[in-house]
Each structure stands twice: as C-alpha cells, then as structure tokens.
Design a protein around this ligand. Sequence first.
Ligand code: GDP
Ligand code: CDP
Length: 226
Amino acid sequence: MSKLFRAVIMGPPGSGKGTISERIAHSFGLKHLSSGDFVRENIAAKTEAGVQAKTYIKKGLLVPDLVMTRLLLPRLEEMTKYSWLLDGFPRTLAQAEALNSACDLDVAINLNIPLETLKERLRHRWIHPPSGRVYNMCFNPPRVQGIDDITGEPLIQQEDDRPEALVARLRHYKDVAKPVIDFYKAKGILYTFSDTETDQIWPNISTLLSTKIPTIQSDARCASTH
Ligand SMILES: Nc1nc2c(ncn2[C@@H]2O[C@H](COP(=O)(O)OP(=O)(O)O)[C@@H](O)[C@H]2O)c(=O)[nH]1
Ligand SMILES: Nc1ccn([C@@H]2O[C@H](COP(=O)(O)OP(=O)(O)O)[C@@H](O)[C@H]2O)c(=O)n1
C-alpha cells in the first residue's frame, strides 16, 4: 500500500502560500488545509480559541502557540486517511515541534519573496471569507470588482492586511521563521523557492512534487477544501 503524502508550505504573509496551495491541491489531489482559514472560522464562530486569536490578529501578531496547536492538531486528527498540504502552520519552532510529534512530513516548501513584492501584493488582496478564495486586483482580479466569481457575494479586505498591521506581521515573521526553516533543513525536507512571481515558482514546485507524489492511493486523493 502506498504511503500518504504530508507537506507544509511556509512563507511570509503575501508570499503566495494560499495561491500555490490551491494549485497543488488541484494538480495533485491533496487536501489544502489553511491554518488562516481555521483561525478565521474560529473567530467567526466565537469559539474560545477564536476569541483569544482575534485580539492578536488585530495587532498583526501571531496567535500564541498553545492556542494555535489546540485549534489545529484536532483538525489534523480528522485527516489521517488523506494526503494533505498544510498552509501557514507551523509559524514557530514550538509549532513545528508539536506538528513533528503528531506526524511525519515528507516535504516543507519555503517561499522566499522580496519584501517590496509582499507589501504591494497585500495592498491589492481581497478575499471571499466563506470560501477562502483569494483575489488580487492586478494578478487575478474577480470578473466583477468587489464580487466573488462563484457566489456573487461581496469580497472584503482582511483587517490584518491593513498597512499598519502589515509591517508588524512581516517583521515578526522573519524573527520566528528562521528556526523553523533550520529545523526542516536539518531534517533534509526543506525546499526553498525564490522569485517575485508565482507563475515562475509554480513549474519548479510542480516538478518537485511530481517526483515525490507518484504513488498516492487513489482513494486518498480528494478535492481541496475550497
Ligand atoms: N502580482 C502578483 N500577485 C500575486 C502573485 N501570487 C499571488 N498573488 C496575490 O498576492 C496576494 C497574496 O497571495 P496569497 O496566496 O494570499 O498569500 P499567502 O498570504 O502567503 O497565503 C493575493 O492577493 C494573491 O492573489 C504573483 O505572482 N503576482
Ligand atoms: N500558525 C499560524 C497561522 C495563522 N496565524 C494568524 O492568522 C493570520 C492569518 O493567517 P493566514 O495564513 O491566512 O495569513 P497570512 O498572514 O499568511 O497572509 C496570521 O496573520 C496570524 O495572525 C497565526 O498566528 N499562526
């Protein structure tokens, strides 16, 4: 029986984790698990973790490790039959260690995108909260401005994409990501991709995954959660 495939995708806010995860989920039939979406679902449902998380996100800070792992690890336990790609978790070494105790990863994708590119992208990011669909007014605009293509519902700009929160998020990311990157490098599963354009990075990621996911069980393949 072939083994299930488990990967994480890391990178600063705006680096294209969500965009690339959707392409991977679509092309390779993995489940795309977005930690940002889990957080936002919990905020919307006003769960205990959601209420706690909201106070940090508003300030552009990371949600504390204990809140994040409590929110996320039970979701992974529901996924034991599936191959998946985890987007946006782990963000810190403590989260990477908690994840490591829960499962073995095959690949850690690291997106390395210049700061100016990140700022420019997030200024133009609009999302459809119920589905997690992400648009960019330049790169992939919706057919009608401000409206989701599929449902016709309104798009919003996330609170933490506002410039004030953004600079703090980007600075914070750099500090906490380094030990996580080193952790996966030491395990020999780190693959870093650097460019200003997702369309340049994507063929390289696709080639890598083609060599890593040749034998996924057909019943483990499933559509993305979005
Ligand atoms: N101009 C441009 N925008 C991009 C590119 N790739 C992704 N985006 C947009 O940049 C924003 C951030 O991407 P997203 O996938 O949400 O990044 P994440 O925060 O890492 O999950 C979104 O509005 C995307 O549509 C790209 O190559 N060029
Ligand atoms: N492991 C995680 C994942 C998300 N989060 C929080 O949730 C927010 C949204 O996550 P996201 O993955 O959609 O957003 P980006 O910040 O990558 O654009 C982040 O900016 C963090 O404040 C966190 O603190 N820790």
